[in-house]
Ligand binder design. Sequence first.
Ligand code: SAM
Length: 215
Amino acid sequence: MSDFKELVDEISELAKKICFDRNDPIFSNISNNSWNAFEGNLKYAMLYYHWLSAAMLILKPKMVLELGTSLGRGFLSMFYTLPKDSQIITVSIEEELGCEVWDGIKELDRCHFIRGNDLENITVNKIKELSGDAIDFLFIDTVHTDLHFKQELELYLPMVKDRSLVAVDDIYMSISMMEFWNKLPYKKMDLTNPFHLYAPPAKGLVGFGVFKKGG
Ligand SMILES: C[S@@+](CC[C@H](N)C(=O)[O-])C[C@H]1O[C@@H](n2cnc3c(N)ncnc32)[C@H](O)[C@@H]1O
């Protein structure tokens, strides 16, 4: 447990120092509205973006998978600090990633946006092919129910390399999710405080956690 805790603590410490630079080329295609929304989230304790960014710096994963792209904030946070020879795959059932964001980066062969249901074979197979069954960091952020989360673990955990980290957003979003998270049989840490206490504008507890595959 201590190696895992030390590693997660190291990432958490670095996360407090991460600063997203509006002038970085990665953010250059974001409209002011998108940028303001991103920064606005950070002010409301959505600091797990900082944690994800710090995780890329410390873990230097070669292959990252995000389930649930939405507006691409998690994706951008990771891409911002992703080593230059690494790849990132992000999956979403709807094409929500702001076009202006994607237009700026889609030419890069180390980013892969997959539109599809992450529980369907066609999506699973695409990810299997792209990742070569060798994912070094997984971020799960789609439907926050125990059933969906359980199915995602069954499908994607086998593709994650042993001893790699899996971050999970919104672990307290539903009672079923919270119960499932509490029973997960892995080394895990609840990083809700301070990384994802509330979801603006609501003040409900949302949560953020990380676990380690294998021993
Ligand atoms: C909470 S948002 C993701 C937020 C994003 N990770 C971020 O940090 O900005 C949830 C996303 O999951 C997607 N989603 C929901 N069900 C899905 C499914 N079955 N397969 C793939 N994506 C799904 C939604 O379309 C939405 O983009």
